[in-house]
Design a protein around this ligand. Structure first.
Ligand code: COI
Length: 363
C-alpha cells in the first residue's frame, strides 16, 4: 500500500486541525460530521483522461454554477472503512469490491471508470496522510467516502466531458446512535426506490435523494428507517434507504432479496453471504413477499430480521410496520444469528480473528 500511495502525491495541509481539536473530535464520534485534514483527488477530461492525481488540504470545492452535477445529478459514490487493529496497523475491507462497484456505477451514470489501482492508491494515500484520524475505540473506524461528479459547466443533457474524483474521510462511531440495538422499520407502499432499468443498482445520489421524503415520513412516525417494496407490484421487499435486509428463519436458514437490477449489491451483504455459505448454513437470494413475511413473523417461522451496510454494519430490526399493520420480530431483541454474524464480521474487520478469505487490505 505504501508504494501505491505515491500515485496521489501529498501536499500537506498547512493548517491541520490542532491537537486539542483532534482530541475533541475523537472523543465523541458521530457519523459523518467531522472530516480529516486532507482529501485525495484526480480529474478526468475527454482529452486527457485521468490526470492531476494528488492529496491535498481538505477544503471547499470550486464549482461553476453550471456544473452538470448540480443540474442533472451525474455523480456516483462509495463507502468503506479503515479499521485500527490492536497492534496499531490500519486495514480496510475488500477495497476491490468497492473499486469495481464504483466502476459499475460510473458506467450506468455515463461517467468514466476510475482504474482499480487508482481507487486503492487514493485510499492508501489519504490514510497515510491522515493516520491520526483512524480511531481505536471499539466499533469506531475511519469512514472513507470516494465519489465522482460531472464538473463540466454545460447545461445540455449529455455525459460531461470533465469529471472530478475525490476521496474524503470521516472518523465515525456507530451509524445508529444506540449502537448494536434493534431498530424499527417502516415499510412504505407509497413510494418506491427504483424500477427495473433505472438506477437502483448504482450507488448514486439520486437513489438516496429518493429515499429522503419516505425516510422523513417514517421518522415522523417514530421509525428509524424506511423499507422499500419492488416498484412493479409493491409486494416484495427490496432494501432500506441505504442498507440491504436479511430474514432469519426458525430452522436457522437465511434469505435476502435477490440482485435484480433494482437494489444495490452491498459489500456487507456479499460478505455475509460468503460467511454463511462457507459455514454450511442455508442461505437463499430470492423474492421475499411482504405478505408472507408478516405471516411468518406472526407464526414465529421468521425469528430475526436485520439490516446491513458498510455504515450500519449489521443492525437488528426489532419491529416492522406499515399502513394498518405492526409486527414485533421474535421478542424484539437482537437474535443469536444476527449477533453471531455481527461478531464474526467485526472480528475479521478489527483483526480479532484470522482473515482466511484475504478480505483485509493493509493501508
Ligand atoms: C454505506 O456506506 O453503508 C452507505 O450505504 C451510505 C449511507 C447509508 C451512509
Amino acid at each position: 500500500a505504501a508504494g501505491l500511495a505515491g500515485r496521489f502525491p501529498l501536499t500537506p495541509n498547512p493548517e491541520p486541525a490542532s491537537e486539542s481539536r483532534h482530541r475533541e473530535v475523537m472523543a465523541k464520534l458521530a457519523f459523518g460530521v467531522d472530516f480529516t485534514d486532507h482529501m485525495a483527488r484526480a480529474t478526468w477530461s475527454e482529452e486527457r483522461g485521468w490526470h492531476g492525481h494528488r492529496t491535498e488540504a481538505y477544503g471547499p470545492l470550486t464549482l461553476d454554477p453550471a456544473a452538470a452535477v448540480l443540474h442533472y445529478g451525474q455523480e456516483v459514490f462509495e463507502g468503506l472503512k479503515a479499521y485500527r487493529h490492536a497492534d496499531g496497523s490500519v486495514w480496510t475491507f475488500r477495497p476491490g469490491f468497492n473499486a469495481s462497484r464504483l466502476r459499475a456505477s460510473a458506467r450506468r451514470l455515463a461517467l468514466p471508470e476510475l482504474p482499480d489501482e487508482d481507487f486503492v492508491a487514493s485510499l492508501a494515500s489519504l490514510v497515510a496522510a491522515d493516520e491520526r484520524w483512524v480511531p481505536s475505540d471499539a466499533g469506531s473506524s475511519l469512514y472513507l467516502r470516494p465519489f465522482m461528479y460531472a464538473s463540466e459547466s454545460f447545461l445540455g443533457v449529455r455525459p460531461a466531458k470533465e469529471v472530478e474524483y475525490l476521496l474524503i474521510a470521516s472518523p465515525v462511531g456507530p451509524y445508529f446512535p444506540d449502537g448494536f440495538q434493534p431498530v424499527s422499520i417502516w415499510v412504505t407502499d407509497r413510494y418506491s426506490r427504483a424500477a427495473l432499468g433505472g438506477l437502483g443498482a448504482a450507488k448514486t445520489g439520486g437513489n438516496y435523494a429518493a429515499s429522503l421524503l419516505p425516510q422523513q415520513e417514517a421518522a415522523a412516525k417514530g421509525f428509524a428507517q424506511v423499507c422499500f417494496l419492488d416498484a412493479a407490484t409493491s409486494t416484495a421487499l427490496e432494501e432500506l434507504g441505504g442498507m440491504n435486509v436479511f430474514v432469519v428463519d426458525a430452522d436457522g436458514s437465511l434469505r435476502t432479496p435477490a440482485i435484480t437490477g433494482t437494489i444495490l449489491e452491498g459489500g456487507t451483504r456479499s460478505a455475509i453471504l460468503d460467511l454463511l455459505r462457507s459455514s454450511g448454513r442455508t442461505v437463499s437470494e430470492g423474492t421475499i413477499l411482504l405478505e408472507d413475511l408478516r405471516a411468518q413473523i406472526a407464526s414465529g417461522q421468521v425469528t430475526e430480521v436485520f439490516a446491513c451496510g458498510t455504515a450500519a454494519v449489521i443492525t437488528p430490526i426489532g419491529r416492522l410496520a406499515g399502513e394498518g399493520w405492526d409486527a414485533v420480530v421474535g421478542d424484539g431483541q437482537p437474535g443469536p444469528v444476527t449477533t453471531g454474524l455481527y461478531q464474526e464480521l467485526t472480528d475479521v474487520q478489527y483483526g480479532r480473528r484470522p482473515d482466511t478469505r484475504d478480505w483485509m487490505y493493509q493501508l
